[in-house]
Design a protein around this ligand. Structure first.
Ligand code: COA
Length: 313
C-alpha cells in the first residue's frame, strides 16, 4: 500500500467515485463542476490536498482530503492542524481496514514533513469506531437550534454584515482562552459562503440578506445550508448582556428571508440557558461530531473545546 497525493486529474476521477455518496440528485457532470469550483476557491487552493491510498496493483483503496489550518498551543505559539474530510471507500473495498491504514500513513507523513503540526481533526457523520482505530477521540458536539422568524434582520442590531466584510467579524473575535485552539482563516469563512453561493445558484434559492450582524462589540457570521434548511452560525462573539439574543434574533429573521427553517449554533455564546432554543447532542445522530488526533505530545484531546461551525468541513 502506498499514500499518494492526488493530481488534479486524479481528483476529477475520484469525484466520479464519491458522486455516489455525496452527489445526491445532482448529475455527475454538474457534481464534478461544482467540486472543481469549490476546490478552485482561494482557501482550498492554499491548503487542500486529496490523498489516495493505493493497493499494490495501483487500485485506489480509499481516499480523503486534508485542509491545513492555523492552530495555537498556549505557551508554544502558532502551528498547524489538519482537518480531514471526504473520507471515502468504495462499497466493494469497505470493512478491510483501509481507512485506518490511510489515516495512520497520513499521520506519519504529516509528522515527518511539518515540524509545526499540532493536531489532526475531523467531523464524523459515521460510527466513531471508523476513526477511533487511527487514534481519533470525540469532543462535545452540542448544538442549539431556533425557528426562523419573520421580520427585518436589521432589527435589534447595529448593522448587517455584507458578504465581502466577514473578515471584520473574524478580526474582532478574541482568540479563545484555553491550552489549544484551531483558528479559522478569513478565506475559510468565505469558502463557507462560496458553498452557499454555489448551492443557491444550483437550487435556484434566495440567499440570506447578509452574512452576519454586529451589535456593539458583538458579532455573528452565518452561512446558509440549503440541504438541511438551516442557517448555520459560523462564528459568534457576544461579550455584552443581551448581545447573543439580539444577534441570534437577527439570524432567525435572515433565515426566514432566505426560506430556511431554522438557525443552528454550535458554541453557546450565552452564559445562561437559552429558553427559545432546542438543545441537541449531535453525537446521538452522528452529525458532524468533532474528533481529534493530537500530533504534538503537548496537545491533549480534551484541550480542544472551542469548536465553532466555521471550522467544519
Ligand atoms: C465510513 C467509511 C469511509 C469507512 O471505510 P472503511 O474502509 O470501511 O473503514 P475501515 O475498514 O478502515 O474501518 C475502520 C474501523 O471502523 C469500523 N467500521 C467501518 N465501517 C463501519 C460502520 N459502518 N459501522 C461501524 N463500524 C464501522 C471497522 O470495523 C474498523 O474497526 P476496527 O478497526 O475495530 O476493525 C466507508 O463506509 C464510506 O466510504 N462510507 C461512505 C462515505 C462516508 O460516509 N464517509 C465518512 C464521512 S465522515
Amino acid at each position: 500500500m502506498i499514500l499518494v497525493e492526488a493530481t488534479p486529474e486524479m481528483s476529477r476521477d475520484r469525484d466520479r467515485a464519491t458522486h455516489q455518496a455525496w452527489g445526491g440528485p445532482v448529475p455527475l457532470a454538474e457534481y464534478q463542476a461544482l467540486e472543481a469550483r469549490l476546490r478552485g476557491h482561494p482557501w482550498p487552493r492554499a491548503c487542500h490536498t486529496l490523498w489516495l491510498l493505493r493497493g499494490d496493483g495501483g487500485e485506489v483503496l480509499t481516499s480523503c482530503e486534508t485542509y491545513r489550518m492555523s492552530s495555537l498551543r498556549k505557551g508554544y505559539g502558532p502551528g498547524h492542524s489538519y482537518a480531514v474530510a471526504s473520507v471515502y471507500t468504495e462499497p466493494h473495498q469497505r470493512r478491510r481496514g483501509h481507512v485506518t491504514a490511510l489515516l495512520e500513513r497520513l499521520v506519519a507523513h504529516v509528522k515527518a514533513t511539518d515540524a509545526d503540526a499540532q493536531a489532526m481533526v475531523l467531523f464524523s457523520d459515521v460510527p466513531l469506531e471508523v476513526y477511533r482505530g487511527a487514534g481519533f477521540t470525540p469532543r462535545p458536539a452540542l448544538a442549539q437550534s431556533f425557528d426562523a422568524l419573520p421580520g427585518d434582520p436589521r432589527d435589534g442590531v447595529d448593522e448587517l454584515l455584507p458578504e465581502d466584510q466577514a473578515s471584520r467579524a473574524l478580526a474582532a473575535v478574541p482568540l479563545p482562552v484555553g491550552p489549544f485552539a484551531i483558528w479559522p482563516a478569513a478565506a475559510q469563512i468565505d469558502w463557507h459562503l462560496e458553498r452557499e453561493r454555489i448551492f443557491a445558484q444550483l437550487l435556484g434559492r434566495p440567499r440570506p440578506p447578509a452574512c452576519g450582524a454586529r451589535l456593539g462589540a458583538g458579532w455573528a457570521v452565518w452561512a446558509a445550508e440549503y440541504r438541511t434548511g438551516q442557517l448555520m452560525l459560523l462564528l459568534v462573539h457576544a461579550p455584552g448582556p443581551g448581545q447573543a439574543d439580539a444577534l441570534v434574533g437577527s439570524a432567525r429573521r435572515a433565515a426566514h428571508a432566505a426560506g430556511l427553517a431554522r438557525v443552528t449554533v454550535w458554541n453557546n455564546p450565552r452564559e445562561a440557558p437559552w429558553p427559545q432554543g432546542r438543545l441537541e447532542d449531535r453525537l446521538e445522530r452522528l452529525g458532524s461530531v468533532p474528533m481529534i488526533r493530537p500530533l504534538d505530545p503537548g496537545v491533549r484531546a480534551e484541550d480542544w473545546n472551542w469548536i465553532p461551525r466555521a471550522l467544519w468541513l
